[in-house]
Design a protein around this ligand. Structure first.
Ligand SMILES: C[C@](O)(CO)[C@H](O)COP(=O)(O)OP(=O)(O)OC[C@H]1O[C@@H](n2ccc(N)nc2=O)[C@H](O)[C@@H]1O
Ligand SMILES: Nc1ncnc2c1ncn2[C@@H]1O[C@H](COP(=O)(O)OP(=O)(O)OP(=O)(O)O)[C@@H](O)[C@H]1O
Length: 283
């Protein structure tokens, strides 16, 4: 008997802006942000096992397998559903780690959604998003798979329809720890709340940018460089920077002018996550 393998994308996200409006008693920050997906990311291959074991390959440098968000997500789903099934999981990693484009969170969400499908554990998206939130603030938006206006710590999500431009994403040669930026004393935490309509009219900024560029010369320099070609923005707590373009050709043209040593990719903005686009088509 052959065992079917399910291959699913774990796309990147961008924070089109990021305002920090306050801080909760537990130290977590209250934010406002807009999430959009990219048609670029990791791929996960899931093969079911009847013996309940979970195996992941390959290992990620610096991440113990038990700490990998893929294994943590799979264990969480086993516990929540009571299933006796397991899986062999293969990860094709393309997204940079510590890049602010949500690679680990997206891997976790694809694991929750994918294994729920494969194991037929029938948890609802609400239940999966709630489980995902215990793994990270960015996991719920990937579980739900719709571009969204987000508040709270990023878990209060309102789906939105946005333009879907092409993005040039540049990866400065450094990794940023989200916790380190959120604990920096210089971070401003008092931006007044805005509405989506106000964002559409006036735009927004990334409140983490001053702290990130003060701490990382590489990001400051890459920002100066990218700003020569387009309005450069930073996603999440960095490190990745991006610019929007009306079509792929324009984005490719700017990419071609960047130093060959600088890692960069061009991808389309998507209001429906490629994970959900694929699953919606299959069902
Ligand atoms: C910056 C964003 O990427 C924007 O989408 C997210 O808010 C971060 O989400 P994430 O990477 O899933 O972050 P988590 O793994 O939940 O948290 C990492 C660390 O960042 C800090 N953190 C995170 C999110 C938040 N709203 N406030 C925080 O203060 C906490 O110290 C936490 O220990
Ligand atoms: N499957 C995974 N992929 C990437 N990182 C993982 C994974 N599992 C655990 N991690 C850990 O999570 C950290 C953050 O990784 P991630 O790629 O999500 O960063 P990020 O893009 O900055 O995330 P975010 O935008 O959610 O802040 C990594 O440095 C790594 O230690």
């Amino acid at each position: 008997m052959t065992t079917a393998t399910l291959s699913l994308p774990a796309p990147a996200k961008l924070n089109l802006f990021l305002h920090i409006t306050g801080r909760r008693a537990d130290g977590y920050h209250l934010l406002q942000t807009l999430f959009q997906f990219l048609d670029h990311g990791d791929t996960l291959h899931f093969t079911p096992r009847a013996d309940g074991q979970l195996h992941l390959q390959p290992e990620l440098p610096g991440v113990a397998t038990e700490d990998n968000l893929i294994i943590r997500a799979a264990r969480l789903l086993q516990q929540a559903s009571g299933t006796m099934q397991g899986a062999d999981i293969q990860l094709d990693k393309r997204l940079p780690m510590g890049g602010g484009i949500g690679g680990g969170s997206s891997d976790a969400a694809t694991t929750l959604v994918g294994l729920n499908h494969l194991w037929q554990t029938s948890l609802s998206l609400d239940q999966l998003a709630e489980l995902g939130l215990t793994l990270g603030a960015d996991v719920p938006v990937f579980v739900r798979g719709r571009a969204a206006w987000a508040e709270g710590v990023g878990e209060q999500l309102t789906p939105v329809e946005l333009d879907e431009p092409w993005y040039l994403v540049v990866v400065p040669p450094c990794q940023v720890s989200t916790a380190e930026i959120f604990s920096d004393e210089r971070l401003t935490r008092d931006t007044p709340a805005i509405t989506l309509a106000a964002f559409r009219e006036h735009g927004g900024r990334n409140d983490c940018l001053p702290v990130v560029t003060a701490r990382y010369t590489e990001i400051r320099n890459t920002l100066i460089l990218l700003n020569k070609f387009c309005e450069a923005k930073m996603t999440g707590t960095g490190s990745c920077l991006f610019g929007a373009f009306p079509n792929e050709r324009e984005a490719d043209k700017v990419r071609a002018r960047l130093p060959a040593t600088l890692q960069a990719f061009v991808a389309k903005g998507c209001n429906v996550s490629p994970l959900h686009a694929l699953l919606d088509k299959a069902t």
